[in-house]
Design a protein around this ligand. Structure first.
Ligand code: NAP
Length: 250
């Protein structure tokens, strides 16, 4: 069989309706996985992603739930695993950004960022790991950010949430290694999606100067890293953060 095959595996991609998550869903499906595309508001966008996968000969379905509701996401992931009789890959990609210097950060914004980016990812991971423990194997991949390690003035709450995921990755890798479950993170740099579309000139040009490869990354380039970590070939990699950032932080 070709390398990096995900034939007959079931994968959930949270926030799979747009941006990086969409590219991940399409890439995992192209490797042969049955992909569950999660969204919170963008049902038609999620449906479009799933339809595109099916049109290309793959398998996909959509699942709307709010990752910001930890209990609900845990229940939804558990239900998906039960319905399919297995869950091999969880990509906890859904995330939001809210910018502001510490002196201006609102507690509500901080709560929401932590609820979606950290607690939601943990809720999904808990349900996924329960199912993976029974199968004695699986892959969990968290979506961190270059901001977690490099820092970025004006993104303190976002940085807190993304740095948390690196600690979570290291910890869960130790907790579930004996069950054959690997837990890793991917830390993208500046990637062209809706999230970064709002960054206008001159900030955009300034940012570009900080990227040794001299360009913004694509969602496909992040998806390729995720697809490798999801594969059987990555079985000896756990607790790691794979940086996909054009050299922005090395
Ligand atoms: P995006 O274009 O804004 O897309 C966000 C996705 O997450 C959408 O599919 C959205 O679904 C979903 N989502 C948001 N809140 C959710 C919730 N409460 N429950 C379920 N789904 C939710 O973002 P992106 O740029 O692709 O980013 C994806 C991930 O990569 C995020 O974790 C982000 O922090 C991280 N990241 C991005 C960059 C970058 O440069 N773009 C860099 C580093 C890290 P709906 O369509 O339903 O709204």
């Amino acid at each position: 069989m070709a390398m990096f095959s995900l034939q007959d595996k079931v994968a959930i991609v949270t926030g799979g309706s747009r941006g990086i998550g969409r590219a991940i869903a399409e890439t995992l499906a192209a490797q042969g996985a049955m992909v569950v595309v999660n969204y919170v508001r963008g049902e038609s966008a999620a449906r479009e992603v799933a339809d595109g996968i099916v049109a290309a000969g793959g398998r996909a379905e959509i699942a709307g739930f709010d990752v910001g509701d930890m209990l609900a996401s845990e229940e939804c992931v558990a239900a998906i695993a039960k319905r399919h009789g297995r869950l091999d890959v969880l990509v906890a990609n859904a995330g939001i950004a809210k910018d502001g210097l510490l002196l201006r950060v609102k507690e509500d914004d901080l709560d929401q960022l932590l609820a979606v980016n950290v607690k939601g990812a943990l809720g999904c991971a808990r349900a996924a790991i329960k199912s993976m423990m029974r199968a004695r194997g699986g892959r969990v991949i968290f979506m961190s950010s270059v901001v977690a390690e490099l820092g970025n003035a004006g993104q303190v709450a976002y940085a807190a949430s993304k740095a948390a995921l690196i600690g979570v990755t290291r910890t869960l890798a130790r907790e579930y290694a004996s069950r054959g479950i690997t837990i890793n993170a991917v830390a993208p740099g500046f990637i062209e999606t809706d999230m970064t579309a709002a960054i206008a000139e001159p900030a955009r040009t300034e940012l570009m100067k900080a990227i040794p490869l001299g360009r913004i990354g694509t969602a496909r380039e992040v998806a390729a890293a995720v697809s490798f970590l999801a594969s059987d070939e990555a079985a000896y990699i756990t607790g790691q953060t794979l940086r996909v950032n054009g050299g922005m932080y090395v």
